[in-house]
Design a protein around this ligand. Structure first.
Ligand code: SF4
Length: 439
């Protein structure tokens, strides 16, 4: 570890790896630094301080973090480099050995980033600051993202009690916890005051919101309906066993909660779901999809699947493939299994060879594209409301409909973060979106 010169550190740059939760927390760290007078610069520029908010869901994520650290030092050899997030929480010693790292900050020390950095700068010290006992950590700090994206990610829950056999997140983020409905709604109002028209509720296991306070996610979404200025809410991801029919019914009747669900499946084989220590079976999953589609026929249903987890024989993978073909979902996020330290899946046999894992990923990806394009084309010619987002090219902007169809539409820069009414047209040449004309 190297000791930096502290006097002139005024610029700070942030880089986020991983999930929406990390983006909301990076935004919170950024607000703390800029409110204290630091100037935020782009991560591709030379900065006095770099903050990397890491992920550790796959080995690839760890590798990316190491590459980013050396890039920071190339941009400014005297920079003060901070590594935080899930990889930092789980592999602090290892990260502290990487040339150029000045501070390794445990996942739930992010709210103290300003004072800890200034301590280090003042003392010319390099440090490792960790929450060693994160599994007994009851602290929950809310956050929301603002400024870097059109939609705001609102952190409503953190941690997880499930310990699925392939997953390392509980060890990185601790056990499930959340704030009260009242303070979470207050945070949503702050995000609205900061210009958010669309808010995405995010967390690790958000269906578990409020369990320790005798409150529920349903109670929260009912209260969020009353937040002025926010026209759209999305539920980022919710475990099938926690997606109650009341939540689905609420979204079906709601003007603000979008017809868009993301429900992790992970495997379509009951035998694999048992090995994964998941808390539902395929019958329950199919019933949830059926309930959503019967109450909200145009709903978009996104699905997480992991292929090649230890124990997944070709027969069990075939069960997954045929189950997914049989359910009316809109798109898959297909992850290739990556061994994680200290997880129960490591002891399960057989191990699926890596090339076979990639082969299975390709099979499910093909199914996903077929389902997504069919879902898009089923809406061609229909009227839709689109939140206008970033500029694409030559007067075209990108946006998403209420039921999460990606749209390319004519718009001007001052219309970003406004909602337009369109007629959905043909599939674009790259099949990634539908074209649209303004109504
Ligand atoms: S539900 Fe399972 S996969 Fe999801 S974060 Fe918790 S332990 Fe990990």
């Amino acid at each position: 570890m190297t000791s930096p010169d502290t006097s002139s550190h005024k610029t700070v740059a942030f880089h986020t790896l991983g999930c929406k939760l990390n983006f909301s927390e990076t935004s919170d760290m950024c607000r703390r630094m800029t409110n204290a007078g630091y100037v935020k610069v782009d991560f591709t520029e030379s900065a006095d301080i770099y903050v990397i908010n890491t992920c550790t869901v796959t080995e690839e994520a760890n590798k990316k973090c190491r590459q980013i650290i050396s890039r920071c030092k190339r941009l400014n050899p005297n920079a003060f480099v901070v590594v935080t997030g899930c990889y930092a929480q789980l592999q602090a010693q290892k990260i502290s050995q990487i040339e150029g790292v000045n501070l390794v900050l445990g996942g739930n020390k992010k709210t103290q980033i300003l004072s800890i950095i200034e301590q280090c700068l003042a003392s010319h010290e390099s440090k490792i600051i960790l929450s060693t006992d994160i599994l007994h950590d009851k602290d929950f700090f809310p956050s929301y993202s603002a400024g870097d994206r059109t939609r705001s990610f609102l952190k409503v829950q953190d941690g997880c009690d499930y310990f699925c056999s392939y997953c390392t997140i509980p060890m990185a983020r601790g056990l499930s916890r959340s704030a009260s409905i009242a303070s979470t709604v207050q945070m949503a109002r702050q995000a609205a005051a900061d210009g958010a028209r669309e808010i995405v509720l995010t967390g690790v296991n958000i269906g578990d919101f409020g369990r320790h306070q005798g409150e529920t996610l349903l109670g929260l979404i009912q209260e969020l309906e009353g937040v002025d200025g926010v026209e759209r809410f999305r539920i980022s991801s919710i475990e099938p066993n926690l997606l109650t029919d009341d939540i689905i019914r609420h979204c079906a009747a709601s003007r603000k909660f979008m017809p868009h669900f993301h429900v992790p499946l992970q495997s379509g084989s009951d035998a694999m779901l048992k090995l994964m220590r998941r808390r539902y079976d395929t019958a329950l999953y199919a019933q949830k999809v059926q309930t959503i589609k019967s109450l909200i026929p145009n709903a978009f249903i996104g699905v997480d699947v992991i292929v090649g987890v230890n124990g997944e024989t070709p027969e069990l993978f075939e069960q997954t493939r045929s189950f997914i073909e049989s359910i009316d979902v809109s798109q898959l996020h297909v992850f290739t299994y990556s061994e994680r330290p200290n997880t129960k899946a490591l002891a399960i046999k057989p191990v699926v060879p890596v090339p076979e894992r990639h082969h299975r990923n390709a099979i499910l990806h093909e199914i996903s594209e077929r389902k997504r394009i069919a879902f898009y084309q089923a809406h061609q010619g229909q009227e839709a409301k689109v939140l206008i987002e970033s500029s694409l090219r030559d007067g075209l902007h990108v946006g998403f409909t209420e039921n999460y169809i990606r749209v390319e539409l004519p718009a001007s820069p001052h219309e970003v973060n406004t909602i337009a009414t369109v007629r959905l047209g043909e599939l674009t040449s790259d099949a990634l979106a539908l074209s649209a004309s303004r109504i």
